[in-house]
Design a protein around this ligand. Structure first.
Ligand SMILES: [Zn+2]
Length: 103
């Protein structure tokens, strides 16, 4: 569990690029919580911008999607391996919107 967590953390950090700090925590229910923090952006109360999502692979993907959109919106010149997945992230966002409007 611990080894796989740090391996995931390294992999996620590599994908997220230099502007991100990635942490994977384990919550009370023993599930991973992915936290991606921007090293440059502050939000309210001078706290760093961050995406925080629980779950295994789906949590990773959801947190990374939010980070990809943050990069595109706030750091248009930045380079990161995860930007390769921008199309897929936009598609997932569209699918979530379609699902929401179908209710
Ligand atoms: Zn930022």
């Amino acid at each position: 569990m611990v080894a796989s967590r740090s391996a995931r953390e390294r992999k996620a950090a590599a994908q997220a690029g230099d502007l991100a700090r990635v942490r994977i925590e384990v919550d009370d229910a023993d599930q991973f919580v992915y936290k991606i923090t921007c090293t440059q952006c502050k939000v309210r109360d001078d706290r760093p911008w961050s995406a925080y999502r629980p779950g295994q692979d789906n949590g990773f993907m959801a947190a990374m999607d939010r980070w990809i959109f943050h990069l595109v919106e706030r750091h248009p010149g930045a380079e990161a391996p995860c930007l390769e997945f921008l199309d897929a992230a936009q598609q997932r966002l569209q699918e979530r919107r379609d699902a929401a409007s179908a209710d």
